[in-house]
Design a protein around this ligand. Structure first.
Ligand SMILES: [Zn+2]
Length: 317
């Protein structure tokens, strides 16, 4: 399974700093951008003070483990904006199994998006307290870990996140930064954002050829609402949940994946200049717009109310 890491221009410079390796940064939950990381509650109030003490004791035992986050999709416009620095960054595709194999022990799972906080069933707390059994305590602690590390509020849903949690001993610690030095084989694709600067493009091109992985570029089309991808050799790819797929039909004019006519043009690029000229003669307004006489065209926004002091003054007079 492919998992995707969106990176800012600085982020990708760090990941590709050393030739021959992929340097992946981990962070502890307390350093993540969600201030409610590891937030837990019981589903019902714990009435007994002893039960509350037991629950509190357990919460105190939840350790901070190094986490690195991925997305399950490479075509999220919000992720490119948020983590890919407005599409000036890069998205790396990893093979999840190959990546996990590089650690002595790794936990990988989907983040669940919840309307409220992650909740541990109160009865499990009472049960583990009452039975005094080792395995019931273990059960409770594992539930707490699973919920704390793999649940977030629904506002984060656009991330389609998958997390990798590893033992801190498997990482290099330098100046408070946790790094995994990984071999190039864990990498499957390098995807450059359309706004990336030349230095970032060059770095990615170099690493793609050294690491023998395909280099893709994210493309934003005009007629297709979903982003797509192109390769240096001119292939166009789209993403579906299973993987990248090469488009069989691509418009030779706009380069977008689309149904094309016998001349290899999409239905928008197939419009003739004479048809554009005819469109401009359809009403007085289109003629005015075509001549650039904007004073004859009153602009309004359906659904939006016009406000401002000039409007107020015009209404009064
Ligand atoms: Zn076209």
């Amino acid at each position: 399974m492919l998992i995707f890491k969106y990176l800012s221009p600085e982020g990708i410079t760090h990941v590709f700093r050393r030739r021959g390796e992929v340097s992946l940064r981990f962070a502890l939950p307390r350093d993540y951008n969600d201030p409610y990381e590891l937030f837990l509650q019981t589903d019902k109030p714990l009435r007994s003070k002893k039960h509350r003490a037991f629950y509190k004791y357990f919460l105190g035992k939840i350790k901070q483990f190094p986490v690195t986050c991925f997305s399950k999709r490479p075509d999220s416009v919000a992720m490119w904006a948020h983590y890919g620095r407005d599409a000036a960054g890069v998205c790396l595709a990893f093979d999840e199994d190959d990546l996990a194999d590089k650690f002595p022990s790794a936990f990988v799972g989907d983040v669940k998006y919840l309307e409220g906080p992650a909740q541990i069933p109160a009865w499990k707390v009472v049960y583990a307290y009452t039975t005094e059994k080792n395995r019931h305590s273990e059960w409770l602690l594992n539930d707490a870990y699973g919920l704390a590390y793999f649940a977030k509020r629904s506002e984060w849903q656009y991330e389609s996140e998958r997390r990798l949690i590893v033992d801190p001993k498997a990482l290099k610690h330098s100046n408070g930064i946790l790094l995994a030095k990984l071999p190039r084989r864990v990498l499957r694709y390098i995807i450059v954002g359309p706004q990336a600067q030349d230095s970032i493009r060059q770095l990615c091109r170099r690493r793609a050829s050294e690491y023998r992985v395909p280099l893709l570029e994210l493309r934003i089309g005009k007629t297709r609402y979903k982003p797509f991808f192109s390769t240096a050799s001119g292939d166009v790819m789209t993403w579906n949940v299973k993987g990248f797929r090469k488009s069989s039909e691509v418009c030779i004019s706009c380069g977008e994946p689309a149904r094309v006519n016998a001349g290899a043009l999409c239905r928008w690029c197939a419009i003739e200049p004479s048809e554009v000229a005819e469109a401009a003669t359809r009403s007085l307004m289109t003629i005015a717009l075509d001549l650039g006489v904007t004073s004859l065209v009153e602009v309004g926004f359906t659904g939006a109310k016009q406000k401002g002091w000039r409007v107020r003054r015009a209404r009064r007079s």
